[in-house]
Design a protein around this ligand. Structure first.
Ligand code: ADP
Length: 403
């Protein structure tokens, strides 16, 4: 049987990231991004057969960009694709796994949009545009939150009045589920352990950052909460702050809610601390030149990350390994080394030569001999979305056979 192919789509408000995934290959036949959608300088970038291409698509919206993608997909996969897998950020409590999209699923994604106002409406835009451009293809939603639906209640509840949870869904959901899921399975493979009998801590460190405790293939706790703001320090997001901060700033500085929200989401984290950049590459360079803001940002980032990992260890009965992934986790020996320096009580220690080697997509073990396992595992969220999309297709086919 020829291998099946899935088009994976990740829509932001002005972007569509896309990848064509072959079920039997780690790499992508086609991948790219449509950027600045709705603007006069909208542009489509893509890589196919080892070559980079760029095409202006002035004023294109999501639908127009997806229509422009159609011939590229046909060229990269003349046999067609079996389905489209959509990344959807928030699935609320409703979705514990990927789902084929129908009117009911669309309504449910819309219903939880107030909890992810920056993400779910954009994801919906992409789904609706893809349904119009590719009406004959099954469309599947893969949720960032679904992997964390196995959190026990003591991990997902806030210590707030019960009615806020029961009537308004105020609880911890967690995000980056596709990445934590993917890297924990890869880690088990690399370590030669069965997924269903393995215990991991994982640190996904990109522009958004989160940690996760994974036991026997299931998420048991994670650092993000009701929204992707909770937890560790990120590029422009603060992570945990005192919950009284909003009222403190309102009382003392007269800041309206929106101003505090913007500050916490877009002006804080590495950017806020350093006063320089949200980009770890820039900060590392400045750190090397003695820039005080960059030094402080990196110190706070690593300490708070270590603290979160130590806290999540409460969810584990043993530690089979600590996993680093995401742009920073996969590429920064400095951040890995500084974070581990705060975790000496766990007996974690690095082989610095191995640590230095694991960059630019090279993964592997980086712990010193005789110490607990530490792995760098390049994430592949597109592949995970494609695999979950295929599982949904297979399940639908089985149900159709049974009928
Ligand atoms: P996103 O969350 O948008 O997918 P990525 O996973 O690509 O982001 O991670 C982006 C982060 O990774 C940025 O802070 C970037 O500086 C950092 N990064 C990428 N390459 C390196 C590197 N070689 N060294 C340190 N940080 C890096």
């Amino acid at each position: 049987m020829p291998s099946r192919k899935i088009l994976v789509i990740n829509c932001g408000s002005a972007t569509i990231k896309f990848a064509l995934v072959d079920e039997h290959e780690e790499g992508f036949a086609l991948r790219g991004i449509a950027d600045r959608l709705g603007e006069p300088d909208a542009v489509l970038h893509w890589q196919h057969a080892g070559e980079r291409h760029e095409q202006p698509i002035p004023g294109a919206d999501h639908g127009a960009a997806l229509a422009r993608l159609l011939p590229l997909v046909q060229e990269a996969s003349p046999g067609g694709v079996q389905a489209i897998g959509h990344r959807v950020v928030h699935g609320g409590e409703r979705f514990t796994r990927a789902r084929r999209i129908d009117a009911e699923v669309l309504a449910a994604i819309r219903a939880v949009a107030p909890m992810a106002p920056l993400h779910n409406p954009a994801n919906l835009l992409g789904i609706e545009a893809a349904m119009a451009v590719y009406p004959e293809l099954p469309q599947v939603a893969v949720f960032d939150t679904a992997f964390h639906q196995t959190l026990p209640e003591h991990a997902f509840r806030y210590a707030l009045p019960d009615a806020l949870y029961r009537e308004h869904g105020v609880r911890r959901y967690g995000f980056h589920g596709t990445s934590h899921h993917y890297v924990s399975q890869r880690a088990a493979e690399l370590a030669g352990l069965p997924v269903e009998d393995s215990c991991w801590l994982s640190a996904h460190l990109g522009n958004g950052c989160s940690t996760c405790a994974i036991v026997n293939g299931r998420s048991r706790d994670t650092s993000m909460g009701l929204t992707p703001l909770e937890g560790v320090v990120m590029g422009t997001r603060s992570g945990d702050v005192d919950p009284n901060l909003h009222s403190h700033l309102a009382r003392t500085l007269g800041w309206p809610l929106e101003q505090t929200e913007r500050m916490l989401n877009h002006e804080s984290g590495l950017l806020g601390l350093s006063g320089l950049s949200n980009d770890m590459r820039t900060l590392q360079q400045a750190h090397g030149q003695g820039h005080p803001g960059a030094i402080l940002a990196i110190e706070v980032f690593c300490y708070r990350l270590a603290k979160s990992l130590a806290a999540l260890s409460c969810a584990l009965s043993r530690l089979d390994g600590l996993i680093f992934t995401g742009g920073i986790g996969e590429n920064s020996p400095l951040i890995r080394s500084k974070t581990l320096a705060h975790l000496r009580l766990f007996d974690l220690a690095l082989d610095e030569a191995a640590n230095a080697r694991c960059v630019n997509g090279v993964g592997g073990a980086i712990h010193a001999p005789g110490h607990p396992r530490v792995l760098v595992v390049p994430t592949n969220e597109e592949r995970q979305i494609a695999l979950e999309t295929l599982e949904v297709l297979d399940a639908c086919a089985i149900r159709a056979d049974v009928r």
